[in-house]
Design a protein around this ligand. Structure first.
Ligand code: UDP
Ligand code: MN
Length: 299
């Protein structure tokens, strides 16, 4: 059927209309293509830089019962990392169960939670505050980067020490199956992780040209009488945890996330994740050490 109509006083036929429409579409296309691309703002997390192409850092803090330290940690880290223009967010992985503290499993959970949105993680103790601005938290493109080196850590000085603060790419953490889940209670999980990296031929790099030493590179806000380390050993814990674990890791960490909270400390946003770690009591009965029987005093 042949149709024509009036457009602003002009008599327009079907074929003229098609030409006008195509012309209009072309001009609009050229106009839109010439506009700059504006990246969408990151939502939810408070991020400290405007360069959105930069790599994103998830700070993973294994945590239980360290609230006073957290109140110091968060403002300190914001101030320290903003000076370096690091794009970061802090995730507090809080253990909410009756088992002994398991730093490595909490780090595994933090990794799983953040891996979709972040490029690298910092496994970060809540009580170790970096003080030297030459400690750089940028993307560790050449391999795992141990910020709290044995030369500068306030307490641990052996060569293979990689505890405290370690930066690692998501792919590398995944490649070594994360950390072992066997370490309930204090100690050795970081040494076992060192062996995982070594077996995968991932060389640990450390800051160079640091002129400060063990007394002034970090502040270790850890009062050892008030924050006691859980060094108990029970069942066959000592024997098993002396060895490299080739079975457990990030791929089989058993847990439930009970809740997540966006929390502000001095208006600085962090995310707290409440995690229940599930213990396989056949494999690792030492996730709860029996209380020693009370000895009655003989008068
Ligand atoms: N941690 C915790 N609650 C605990 C034990 C440890 O939150 O009951 C976390 C906290 O982040 C701490 C880290 O695990 O900084 C390492 O533990 P700790 O400070 O006892 O070890 P250190 O390196 O001082 O020997
Ligand atoms: Mn400590």
């Amino acid at each position: 059927m042949y149709r024509s109509f009036n457009l602003m006083g002009y008599r327009v036929t079907g074929s003229k209309c098609l030409t006008i429409c195509l012309g209009f579409t072309f001009i609009m296309g050229c106009f839109l293509a010439s506009l700059p691309i504006i990246p969408s703002e990151p939502t939810n997390h408070q991020i400290s830089s405007t360069t959105y192409s930069k790599k994103k850092l998830a700070i993973i803090v294994p945590f239980r019962d360290r609230f006073e330290e957290l109140l110091e940690f968060v403002p300190h880290m914001y101030k320290f990392l903003n000076k370096q223009n690091i794009l970061f967010h802090i995730f507090i992985i809080q253990q909410k169960d009756n088992n002994r503290f398991n730093r490595a499993s909490l780090i595994n959970v933090g990794f799983i939670y953040t891996k979709k949105d972040y490029d690298y993680i910092a496994m970060h103790d809540v009580d170790l505050l970096p003080m030297n601005n030459n400690l750089k938290y940028g993307y560790p493109k050449n391999g795992p980067y141990h910020i709290s080196s044995p030369q500068t850590h306030p307490k641990y000085h052996y060569d293979t020490f990689i505890g405290g603060i370690l930066l690692i790419k998501q792919e590398e953490f995944d490649l070594v199956n994360g950390m072992s889940n066997n370490y309930w209670g204090w100690g050795l999980e970081d040494d076992e992780f060192y062996v995982r990296l070594k077996d995968a031929k991932l060389k640990v790099l450390r800051p160079e040209n640091i002129t400060t030493g063990p007394d002034n590179t970090f502040r270790h806000i850890h009062d050892k009488t008030y924050r006691k380390r859980d060094t108990r050993k029970c069942f066959n814990q000592r024997e098993i945890t002396r060895h490299r674990d080739r079975v457990t890791g990030v791929h089989d960490v058993a847990y439930k996330i009970h809740s997540t909270h966006n929390v502000s400390i001095d208006s600085l946003q962090i995310t707290v994740i409440n995690v229940e770690l599930i213990c396989n009591k056949t494999a690792t009965p030492w996730c709860q050490c029996p209380e020693p029987p009370k000895v009655k005093k003989v008068k």
